[in-house]
Design a protein around this ligand. Structure first.
Ligand code: AVI
Length: 369
């Protein structure tokens, strides 16, 4: 179904999917950044505590973030099947590795989404116009939204991301390049309860959530996020979202276990990051990357498998891993299109238009409020 409108009831509904690990890429990256800042601050000597109350509050909140991440890691590592949230992929090295992944021959999602957006730009503009306020969730470097800024010429752009400084710089560049469009940065964790500033006009909003990042959330979480997105829109608003579709197992496994070993390095790097956050002593040489496809859940899973019996320690804790035991690091759901359209309907979206590539590997969906 290449670039056509489709009634959602044309698609079969798949069964309910079980719970995987949480979080989406942009939030993950941002938390990683927040965490790095926290670590730097934590390593400062206690005597240099800031006198200014604002700085003290910031420092305290960074420390609280740090403690919460450590708690989460300890809990995850002590699960029967140990877990590390995918947000721990995205320290500086992890972000660089992810950029490399998006250019790998095996990793089709990024270039397929780009190709769909380029090929159907005109039809998309017709579906989306007029757009007064373009809002990108997990905006990061604001690169993906440039095409829409050009073709839709919104009056205002709002980039939402948890990484305030990084976002502010990207939004500033966007504003310069697309004058007279006003652009603003909103630092928020949009996976949680959040609201746009009250002075962002409600009329004519378009939410943009590209990259199939919704697939890194478990279906219940994804459903809640879609409902929250719907709540941000007036009756004339819409969502433009990218999702990765089911496809042959060997294509998926290659995409998540590439020949050059970039995804393997990306997965193992999470252990390095965990060591720096938790003070654990994971030795990367003890662990091998593994990508699996779970057909019943329609998800790719990434794991790290112990190559030998391993004991990993951290302040006040340790875990023994038997040879072959794994740590679950990521789920990436590949929703059948009909199922995802059903989720959009349950979230309160009405008319949908779907654009896909010739192989039906990826879909970009415009869902009207
Ligand atoms: C960010 N997210 C959509 C990627 C995905 O495909 O699930 C993360 C990724 N993990 C391994 N390769 C890419």
């Amino acid at each position: 179904m290449d670039g056509v409108s489709m009634p959602e009831n044309q698609f079969p509904r798949a069964g309910r999917l079980p719970l995987p690990l949480p979080s989406g890429r942009f939030v993950q990256r941002s938390i990683a950044r927040a965490c790095r800042q926290t670590l730097q601050t934590e390593s400062e000597p206690a005597v240099s505590a800031p006198k200014n109350p604002g700085s003290r509050r910031r420092l305290e909140s960074q420390r609280e973030t740090q403690r919460a991440l450590q708690r989460e890691l300890r809990q995850g590592l002590m699960q029967p099947v140990a877990q590390i949230s995918p947000k721990f992929f995205y320290d500086e090295r992890g972000c660089a590795l992810f950029e490399q992944i998006t250019r790998l021959p095996e990793y089709y999602p990024t270039r397929t989404e780009d190709a769909i957006m380029a090929r159907y730009e005109q039809a998309m503009v017709e579906a989306m116009a007029p757009c007064q306020v373009l809002i990108e969730l997990g905006a990061g470097n604001c690169e993906k939204v440039r095409r829409l800024c050009r073709s839709l010429a919104p009056r205002q752009f709002v980039g939402v991301d948890i990484a305030a400084d990084f976002l502010a710089r990207s939004v500033q560049r966007l504003e310069q390049d697309f004058a007279p469009m006003a652009a603003r940065a909103v630092a928020a964790d949009f996976t949680q309860d959040w609201a746009l500033p009250a002075d962002v006009p409600r009329a004519g909003r378009l939410l943009f959530y590209p990259g199939s990042s919704i697939g890194n959330f478990d279906p219940d979480q994804a459903q809640r996020m879609l409902a929250r997105m719907r709540g941000l829109l007036g009756d004339d608003g819409a969502l433009l979202i990218g999702i990765d579709l089911p496809k042959p197992r060997e294509v998926l496994i290659a995409a998540y276990d590439d020949a050059q070993g970039v995804t393997a390095a990306f997965n193992s790097n999470a252990l390095q990051h965990v060591n720096s956050v938790l003070g654990s002593d994971f030795d990367l040489q003890d662990w091998a990357h593994e990508a699996r496809f779970d057909t019943s859940c329609s998800r790719v899973e990434m794991h790290l498998r112990a190559l030998r019996p391993v004991i990993v320690g951290w302040p006040q804790g340790l875990r023994q891993f038997a040879e072959g035991e794994t740590i679950h690091t990521e789920n990436s759901y590949k929703y059948p299109l009909g199922e995802f359209l059903g989720m959009l309907s349950r979230a309160g979206f009405d008319r949908k238009r779907v654009w896909t590539d010739a192989q039906n590997w990826y879909a970009v969906i415009h869902a009207h409020a």
